[in-house]
Design a protein around this ligand. Structure first.
Ligand SMILES: Nc1nc2c(ncn2[C@@H]2O[C@H](COP(=O)(O)OP(=O)(O)OP(=O)(O)O)[C@@H](O)[C@H]2O)c(=O)[nH]1
Ligand SMILES: [Mg+2]
Length: 605
């Protein structure tokens, strides 16, 4: 069998992982003569392309100097950290990318911690050296300090370093080198990445780290072979995480080359392949030699930190916009999701509702966005953090938060975050009038903060966070400061009413938007909620005042995307999601009942 190297590319969001993998694919000639390549080919699903982020870990393979290099591209966004964790055990080394200007960021710390836990010695790729603000040497020092702080061994601290401008397809061992290609990086991979351990002569041991689905062949497990060989048509034993053993036959064996998948007959230890034939196959499962099944340790996946409720839509417009609206359909879809997305979980919650747990708001939003594109209609509740009891103490998830803000806004940011129970851990000037402030904050305090942060920094701030650990519960945090403007009527909003209401706050709707009683149509400028009538037309008068209507100036409404809406709502509100609309509503649509609830709540206090 030929030589193999297995690597994963890890980094903070946007530091250039997918671009780098692209270049490696292009330059290793994996595409032959074809020129029809687009940017970031590995980001293959719609939402990945639209948002320019990687959501799912994906593997590819290139052949270089007679060696097969299997590469797993991972997502950098904190919400998809679970994807990174499980692929780390499947590779023998990681390419740690760090942006030469931004330096070490929260998710850099997260992925480095995970990589060190698995025992990897990373190859540091200082990427984007073409940026005018690049400071490659500073970044190397930062990474060294980070590894040192995290208890890296002497050997791990002697990590190899390479400089790159992935976008331009360049890599170099030393900043002064002239290089126009990725060859220095490819050579470094051959040299520095350990060859896979194990042997073809041992019994089969293979572990699944990813799942895909094919309408014709069913569930497919993507797996690394740690020992032995596997052949098409062979009988093997599937060992589940709980120890259950199922015998079955490999009905399809698939190898990777570039973006293609090819049917193969056989593969040996060290390689990464996809296997069909086992309908119950799951991430973490092993496939073994039936004569002597020796499963690998199950994969540890960190638990979800956030939960929301997906429920059947029961607004007055329910069923008018979506194709799939019933509890059965929603459950089927959630089942399907959890089958391939192991970082998420769900459970039934009474009639017609499901508690969905994930790693963060973005992960949950993306599931909801996919569902609405497929024709689903449902409601979502405000995200809540998952509280865990550890040694008898109520604990909640904490996050590491980094804010880069223009100097003049540091005071405001620190003050607002203080109210949200954030503790500042570091503050450094970045030059250019920017300051980097780091905090440790309960995840609860971050819910709905992004909007506030953008307002506080006039849109110039950048914030990033990633999961730190569970810590004792930190008491109450402040939430939204403003009440809602709530419609009292069913019908179509009228320009005249909106015009009169816009002094009261920020509108979320425009003329002709369909509204209903109990629907939130804007943010009140004060703390209380206000019942308003957006469908009231101007009283007809006999005197025609010509041109009066043109005098009505409607301010552009705030665009409440699914993400904004989820961040914005309070516990007594819901987001109504349909293929056509995103609406915010009160849980209780009846104004009288709402008042009674509020009063009862106040009396309790
Ligand atoms: N200036 C510069 N920009 C780069 C370089 N490499 C990548 N970029 C840009 O950085 C942005 C993010 O690149 P991606 O490859 O999507 O980053 P990623 O790490 O895969 O991002 P996630 O998967 O979302 O974590 C894109 O706009 C790239 O064009 C580089 O070497 N120099
Ligand atoms: Mg990517």
């Amino acid at each position: 069998m030929r030589d193999i190297r297995n690597i994963a590319v890890i980094a903070h969001v946007d530091h250039g992982k997918t671009t780098l993998v692209d270049e490696l694919l292009k330059q290793s000639g994996t595409f032959g003569e074809r020129d029809e390549t687009e940017d970031r080919m590995m980001d293959s699903n719609d939402i990945e392309k639209e948002r320019g982020i990687t959501i799912l870990a994906k593997n590819t393979a290139i052949d270089y100097k007679d060696t097969r290099i299997n590469i797993i591209d991972t997502p950098g966004h904190a919400d998809f950290g679970g994807e990174v964790e499980r692929v780390l055990k499947m590779v023998d080394c990681v390419l740690l990318l760090v942006d030469a200007q931004e330096g070490v960021m929260p998710q850099t710390k997260f992925v480095v911690k995970k990589a060190l836990e698995v025992g990897h010695r990373p190859i540091l790729v200082v990427n984007k050296i073409d940026k005018p603000g690049a400071e490659a040497d500073r970044v190397v020092d930062e990474v060294f300090d980070l590894l040192d702080q995290m208890g890296a061994t002497e050997e791990q601290l002697e990590f190899p370093v390479i400089y790159a401008a992935a976008k331009n397809g360049i890599s170099k061992i030393s900043l002064e080198d002239d290089s126009e290609t990725m060859i220095p990086l490819l050579d470094m991979i051959l040299e520095e990445v350990p060859a896979p351990s194990g042997s073809d002569d041992n019994g089969l041991q293979l572990q699944v780290f990813n799942l895909t689905h094919d309408n014709f062949i069913g569930k497919i497990g993507v797996a690394r072979i740690f020992n032995g060989t596997i052949k098409m048509g062979e009988n093997v034993t599937l060992v589940k995480a709980d120890g259950e053993k199922i015998n079955g036959r490999v009905s399809k064996l698939i190898g990777f080359k570039g973006l293609e998948r090819i049917d193969i007959k056989e593969a040996g230890h060290g390689d990464i392949v996809a296997i069909a034939g086992f309908e119950t196959i799951d991430v973490g499962d092993s496939l073994c030699d039936p004569k002597n099944p020796m499963p690998l340790d199950p994969l540890h996946i960190e638990e979800p930190t956030l939960s929301v409720t997906f429920a059947v839509n029961n607004s007055p417009y329910a069923g008018t916009e979506g194709k799939f609206v019933t509890s059965n359909k929603i459950q089927e879809r959630l089942d399907f999701e959890m089958n391939t997305n192991i970082a998420m979980q769900y459970s039934a919650k009474g009639e017609a509702a499901f508690e969905v747990k994930g790693r963060g708001e973005l992960q949950i939003t993306i599931l909801a966005e996919n569902m609405r594109r497929e024709g689903f209609e449902f409601s979502i509740s405000r995200p809540e953090v998952i509280v865990k009891v550890i040694d008898g103490v109520k604990c909640e998830p904490f996050e590491h938060l980094v804010c880069d803000v223009p100097d003049e806004f540091t005071g405001t940011v620190i003050e607002t975050l203080g109210k949200r129970k954030a503790v500042m851990s570091n503050m450094v000037p970045m030059g250019d009038g920017q300051t980097r402030i780091e905090f440790e904050i309960p995840a609860r305090g971050l819910i709905g903060y992004r909007g506030q942060f953008l307002t506080d920094t006039k849109g110039e701030g950048v914030m990033n966070h990633s999961f730190l650990e569970f810590r004792p519960h930190s008491g109450s945090v402040t939430s939204r400061m403003n009440g809602a403007l709530v419609s009292t009527e069913l019908g179509e909003a009228v320009a005249f009413s909106i015009f009169n209401l816009q002094d009261r706050g920020i509108m979320f709707i425009s003329p002709q938007t369909k509204v209903y009683a109990g629907m939130v149509i804007g943010e009140h400028s004060r703390a209380n909620c206000l019942d308003v009538n957006p469908v009231k037309a101007k009283a007809q008068s006999n005197v025609r005042s010509s041109g009066a209507d043109e005098a009505i100036k409607i301010i552009t409404p705030r665009d409440m995307t699914l993400e904004h809406a989820l961040e914005w709502i309070e516990d007594d509100e819901l987001v109504e999601v349909t293929p056509i609309s995103i609406r915010i509503r009160k849980r209780e649509l009846d104004a009288g009942l709402r008042r009674r609830h509020d009063k009862a709540k106040k009396d309790l206090k």
